[in-house]
Design a protein around this ligand. Structure first.
Ligand code: NAI
Ligand code: HPV
Length: 527
């Protein structure tokens, strides 16, 4: 498999990937070159420079994962990736400290005129009077977006004896209390603060959130910081507001369109401190994000779910520890049900029993759906596209949790509605080994691997023997055999584990045999 590492990713993670894959490193890559070479790659790693557009995704023939070595994924067309089953991962915490410290550095640099003082001194000038600054102590800092970076900035600002007021519609009072900040409305924050810093993603809601109208409502002498995303503060309005003295100063790291040239409205405006998107540029952060994303790519290319996928429901490491031993089993239960079905599946209910009900089992349900769809879909079904594909095909998926369990510590039951009839398969773990313990009404003990032939049959002498001989005569080896531990109305269930595929003609002969009510092949290699 081949990985493309674009945009200057730290070698630390690349070394890790090189142990298993071929990795091409292109620190600078044009949009045209990316479009041209993307079909070769199974994984793509980027920072903010490369734009992974719908066109790039469309051209990507083998791409399974896009890793953003950083936080913001606004340079990646997530809906296009999701529709194609491409996992998008990021490093949500790898550069938090770097961006937090950069924000503090920008606030201080702006308040004490450090950039301009340095620039003039480097020219041999000694200007003390001109560069009198303002203190942070006792001032109110408005933080808009109280996520990882916003909270880090608030904590450091309090160490500078600032009062912090925050606006974030998605955090509750309790979280605000634990951070020691006052929660206010957007209006409160913009009208009461001496400094305002923004720390949220660029979304239709946040784009242009601070323009001339809002700046006019702010305190005279307010100073603004944007180390989040260009466009949250309207650039032309900010330049104008600083020139007119409505805003005393600004410190900006990010821009609507990057890179920025000399014609940008914020370039050359006295009172505005600019850095070229350096928030995440520390040695430590770059190693951190590179390792995070490389580890995620390694896991994803092995078919394992990745907790930092942004186009999948998030799963905490604690939950992942509990559910990960069941993932393969869940897929195989889903695959078994669909292979036993005689028509399209209309509805699936996944029932969880036992201790496993104490955690979020959403990913296990997705694994069931993935296992159900993989044998019947042309393109690969994975954790990202499985829920959407099920919906598209009109399959209703529900989850039920029941604490009680009789014979097993944990039990997963997959019930499917097919042409008005219910099919069900139950599974559990024996140690770390998955086992199918019930198929419809029959209690069994089957190791779900290779291929199994499932035959309900009349429990009378000779029936099993004739199937054995037929398979043997056709060169098909039986490596394990199970006859259902229960009998239902004179019918039993035979499950044969076989080493080879059974040709359709042989399947037809089996189905027509005296005493055999049905025969279904479950091929675990396709699940
Ligand atoms: N300059 C740089 O190099 C870097 C920039 N960033 C950017 O910083 C931003 C924040 O990053 P994190 O703190 O890691 O993300 P985060 O996801 O931890 O926090 C974002 C916060 O914004 C809040 N939010 C969302 N919509 C909002 C709205 N309309 N109004 C107010 N709050 C809203 C969310 O509730 C959340 O608490 C991101 O845009 C990210 O791309 C991140 C790292 C480096
Ligand atoms: O992580 C983020 O969101 C950033 O903005 C950092 O961008 P970069 O990886 O330095 O191009």
């Amino acid at each position: 498999m081949k990985v493309l590492a674009a945009d200057g990713i730290s070698p630390k993670g690349i070394e890790l990937l090189k142990k298993e894959f071929e990795v091409d490193v292109k620190d600078k890559i044009s949009a045209e070159e990316l479009l041209e070479i993307i079909p070769e790659y199974d994984a793509l790693m980027v920072r903010s420079a490369s734009k992974v557009t719908a066109e790039v995704i469309e051209r990507a023939k083998n791409l399974k994962i896009i890793g953003r070595a950083g936080v913001g994924v606004d340079n990646i067309d997530i809906p296009a990736a999701t529709a194609k089953g491409i996992i998008v991962i990021n490093s949500p915490g790898g550069n938090t400290i770097a961006a937090t410290e950069h924000t503090m550095a920008m606030m201080l640099a702006m308040s004490r005129n450090i950039p301009i003082a340095n620039e003039t001194m480097q020219k041999g000038e000694w200007n003390r009077k001109q560069y009198v600054g303002v203190e942070l102590r006792g001032k109110t800092l408005g933080v808009i977006g109280m996520g990882r970076i916003g909270a880090g900035v608030a904590k450091r600002a309090m160490a500078f004896d600032m009062d912090v007021i925050a606006y974030d519609p998605y955090i509750n009072e309790e979280r605000a209390k634990s951070l020691g900040v006052t929660i206010g409305t957007f209006e409160d924050v913009i009208t009461k603060s001496d400094f305002i810093t923004v720390h949220m993603p660029l979304t239709p809601d946040t784009k242009g959130m601070i323009g001339m109208e809002q700046m006019k409502k702010m305190k005279k002498g307010v100073r603004l910081v944007n180390c989040a995303r260009g466009g949250i503060i309207v650039e032309e309005d900010l330049a104008e507001a600083v020139k007119q003295g409505i805003v005393a100063g600004a410190a900006i790291d990010v821009y609507t369109s990057e890179p920025v040239g000399p014609d940008h409205p914020l370039v050359g405006v006295p009172g505005i401190v600019l850095t070229p998107h350096l928030g995440a540029s520390t040695v430590e952060a770059q190693i951190g994000v590179s390792l995070d994303v490389s580890e995620g790519i390694l896991a994803a290319l092995k078919g394992e779910p990745v907790a930092t996928a942004v186009n999948m429901a998030p799963v905490s490491p604690q939950v992942m520890k509990v559910i990960s031993p069941y993932l393969t089993l869940a897929e195989r239960l889903g695959g078994t049900v669909v292979s036993l079905a005689d028509g399209p599946v209309e509805k699936v209910e996944v029932v969880y029993n036992g201790e496993i009900t104490e955690v979020n089992t959403g990913l296990l349900t997705t694994a069931v759906v993935k296992g159900m769809l993989n044998p019947i879909m042309e393109n690969e079904v994975n954790y990202v596209n499985a829920p959407g594909l099920a919906k598209e095909r009109g399959i209703k998926v529900t989850e039920v949790k029941e604490k009680e369990v009789e014979d097993f510590t944990n039990l997963i039951t997959v019930k499917a509605q097919v042409a008005g009839k219910e099919l069900s398969v139950e599974g559990t773990l024996f140690g770390s080994e998955g086992r199918i313990v019930r198929i419809n009404k029959f209690r069994v003990d089957v190791d779900p691997h290779a291929r199994i032939l499932v035959c309900p049959h009349i429990n009378r002498p000779g029936v099993i023997g004739t199937i054995g001989s037929l398979l043997g005569n056709n060169g098909i080896n039986i490596s394990a055999m199970q006859v259902g531990k229960t009998e239902v109305e004179g019918t039993s269930l035979m499950v044969l584990t076989i080493d080879n595929d059974i040709p359709a003609a042989v399947m037809e002969v089996i189905k027509g045999m005296d005493g055999i009510s049905d025969a279904r092949l479950v091929n675990f290699y396709t699940i």
